[in-house]
Design a protein around this ligand. Sequence first.
Ligand SMILES: *[C@@H]1O[C@H](CO)[C@@H](O)[C@H](O)[C@H]1NC(C)=O
Length: 289
Amino acid sequence: MAVKGRHFRGLSRKSSNSTLLFAVFIGFSFFVLILLAFGIFSIPFTSRGSRKVHDLSSIAHNAAGRRDDDGGRGDEWAELISWEPRAVVYHNFLSKEECEYLINLGKPHMKKSTVVDSATGKSTDSRVRTSSGTFLARGQDKVVRTIEKRIADFTFIPVEHGEGLQILHYEVGQKYEPHYDYFSDEFNTQNGGQRIATVLMYLSDVEEGGETVFPAAQGNFSAVPWWNELSECGKGGLSVKPKMGDALLFWSMKPDATLDPSSLHGGCAVIKGNKWSSTKWMRVHEYNI
Ligand SMILES: *[C@@H]1O[C@H](CO)[C@@H](O)[C@H](O)[C@H]1NC(C)=O
């Protein structure tokens, strides 16, 4: 019985050694797979030099350092400013040349801005919006197409869902009272459905005033670093100061596809200087032009 037992123990130790080796091998394989899966190390099969300018990796916050291939746009970085509404500022989204180009395209055609009458769907004059503006045709020339493609890349909304760019000019005292970009009527949603998001591009700096303000934004909006530079109107909510080349993206709809009332926004009156901006409204569906 004792001999048999010792023999058995001997066999058992031998087989437990190979089981242990096998377990170590399997464990190591899993370890390598997990490292690969989490990207802790990677098999180098792409070259870093092949990255495109508008690759998402190029817009990380603090990714300072000018690139030579940015078309003269300076440091591009994304600044998430709010979750309610969902809003982000893409700094240096447009180059100075692109801003001037858009202003010059619009300048000869500026008309007093109107607002859409929700009862009739027709444009009407209004005291809530005192700027002047004009619409460009979607894809009207190469520069416009380049900008529209960039907007599509940064918003993940196809170019075909966009309305034509609007160019806007606000002189001292001109403003746009807080409003929603989404529609509350049937008429305006027939083509393209509801407006889902807006990209507002600042084509000029404004010395004082002219902020884009979100009066219904949630959170402590007086905590923004630029609080002391804001006008009284700008202090009425979460505000973005116009800066040439910057683009503000905000969503009028939540991820569950319901309308987001925290997207209420206005253009504060310009106090000193001139404000030029360009707006791209994007629809839920393809927008036919
Ligand atoms: C909001 O932020 C400001 C500036 O950081 C701070 O002084 C104030 O106490 C904050 N208010 C609340 C209600 O947290």
